[in-house]
Design a protein around this ligand. Structure first.
Ligand SMILES: Cc1cc2nc3c(=O)[nH]c(=O)nc-3n(C[C@H](O)[C@H](O)[C@H](O)COP(=O)(O)OP(=O)(O)OC[C@H]3O[C@@H](n4cnc5c(N)ncnc54)[C@H](O)[C@@H]3O)c2cc1C
Length: 463
């Protein structure tokens, strides 16, 4: 009798190394599957699709080197996975958990169908440092609602061991389709997009190790392209194991500790979302779902296209449009501008980021948007409103970042670039700028907008 294989259903864990779902503790051969599920893919822009396709091609190569290959199928996983398991007589299906509400419902349906057919199911958490449920408040057994106490427990908890064993990926045996076709990706040929696969990701990590010691001070400098790791999309697609990143970085220097703290933020949002998937759409503080948001299609469009007249906001939005990535400090500034200056619902901004960012992931994206909007867990209180000009002068003091992304202001030296409307017309003319022509007037007055937002939030705040 031929040996029944196991099946590894790859999702956000596109690697062979340090991959708990790929290990068959009984030493069975493992069929490796990726299902291109059009529903979540519909929210991904061309860049994220391209990165995904590149990673799948590279994963297939890695699996081939190990004697196997990747089967890529398109369709609804609740049908595809049980069908393939039945066709191949699979013994156990393994995957790494995913926290979104959609993924939780999908996985529950897949698991139920498999179990009903007598197939084993195992869920691991190779996408996070710690598995959800292992970092909780002692008093409640729930995820802490405030980050700092969570991070203290997170730093002390012993990681649940991941299974270890020989890898026996099987060959695809002619099943499956080309990844590019399956996910419907037109190749976006941009040098800035990450090269596919875990080996390239490991190189990016090694490169980052040369800079990480300065992270504490470099992380808040948007003009410094090497001041942060740019590993977010590798963590999002799982071409890097977060545990591996933690291990090689360690906490020996202030820069390293500060970096590892960011991995704790990542786990925190994921753990919270697994407990409360509604956070993708609903405010954690329920009364803040009743803010009277403005319907402002023109403002939203100006924000999306980087034409708000606030140079730091426009620089960030243009960096996103041009590269699929934006510096964290500027994500905070641009998000705050949309919500607090334009009083536009954070969910519209979240949807735009989700489409455009190559690292977009619902728990991280909505979690951070809620943080900025003041509606979420451990959020900045709503009355703390970022001033885009003060932020720009503090974090881009000589204007390098703004001039890079808003070239029409390049004639303005140093920090003068941050509030062009405050400059004498002669200075603007000397720099070749006519406001309202090359570059817009600010679409909103920050001080007035601030008052409007405070009133709108206060109107919903319970006594
Ligand atoms: C409005 C808004 C939306 C965001 N959307 C996303 C998103 O969809 N996906 C995403 O991965 N990050 C998101 N972030 C968090 C953060 O901006 C990015 O993780 C970071 O900029 C990625 O760059 P990096 O890899 O160089 O980060 P580094 O500074 O090198 O940090 C290392 C890693 O820590 C994690 N991390 C860093 N900051 C945060 C944070 N604030 N919250 C959670 N994890 C963090 C990331 O995995 C990151 O790769 C968002 C932040 C804001 C303010």
């Amino acid at each position: 009798m031929t040996e029944r294989p196991d099946l590894c259903w790859f999702r956000r864990d596109l690697r062979v190394a340090d991959q708990p779902a790929l290990v068959s503790p009984d030493g069975r051969p493992v069929v490796c599957l990726f299902v291109a599920d059009q529903l979540p893919l519909a929210t991904a822009g061309p860049r994220r699709r391209t990165v995904l396709a590149r990673h799948l091609v590279a994963l297939d190569e890695r699996l081939r080197d190990a004697g196997g290959g990747l089967v890529v199928l398109a369709g609804d996983p609740t049908e595809v996975v049980p069908r393939l398991a039945a066709d191949l007589g699979v013994h156990t299906v393994r995957w790494n958990g995913d926290v979104s509400g959609y993924a939780q419902r999908r996985d529950a349906r897949v698991a139920a169908a498999l179990r009903a057919a007598g197939v084993g199911v195992e869920e691991h958490w190779g996408t996070l440092v710690h598995a959800p449920g292992t970092v909780v408040a002692r008093s409640t057994g729930l995820v802490q609602r405030v980050f700092t106490p969570f991070s203290k427990v997170w730093a002390q908890v012993e990681p649940t061991p991941w299974p270890d064993g020989p890898l026996r990926p099987t060959a695809g045996a002619g099943i499956g389709v080309d990844p590019w076709t399956a996910i419907g990706a037109e190749q976006v040929d941009e040098e800035a997009l990450p090269t596919g696969g875990e080996l390239a990701a490991e190189q990016r990590l090694r490169h980052w190790l040369e800079r990480v010691d300065g992270y504490e001070s470099s992380r808040d400098v948007p003009a410094d392209d090497t001041g942060t790791s740019h590993l977010s999309s590798d963590l999002r697609f799982g071409t890097l194991s977060p545990r591996h990143v933690l291990e090689v970085v360690g906490t020996d220097t202030p820069g390293r500790s500060a970096f590892v703290r960011q991995l704790a933020w990542r786990d925190w949002y994921a753990h919270l979302f697994l407990e409360q998937p509604r956070l993708a759409r609903a405010a954690m503080k329920p009364h803040l779902d009743h803010v009277a948001w403005r319907d402002d299609p023109e403002g939203l469009e100006a924000w999306r296209t980087g034409r708000t007249g606030y140079p730091i906001v426009d620089a960030g939005m243009r960096q996103l449009a041009a590269t699929g990535w934006m510096h964290n400090r500027v994500r905070m500034i641009t998000a705050s501008f949309l919500v607090k200056d334009l009083l536009v619902d954070w969910r519209l901004g979240e949807a735009h980021f989700r489409r455009e960012l190559i690292d977009a992931e619902v728990s991280q994206n909505a979690g951070n948007w809620q943080w900025v909007a003041g509606t979420g867990p451990d959020a900045a209180p709503y009355f703390r409103i970022f001033n885009p000009i003060t932020q720009a002068r503090r974090f881009d003091p000589d204007g390098t970042y703004v001039r890079r992304w808003v070239p029409e202001l390049a004639g303005l030296s140093d920090g003068r670039v941050h509030a062009p409307w405050e400059l004498p017309p002669l200075d603007l003319a000397a720099a070749g700028i006519t406001l309202g022509d090359e570059y817009p007037w600010p679409i909103v007055d920050h001080a007035e907008a601030r008052d409007r937002t405070l009133a709108a939030y206060a109107a919903t705040t319970p006594d």
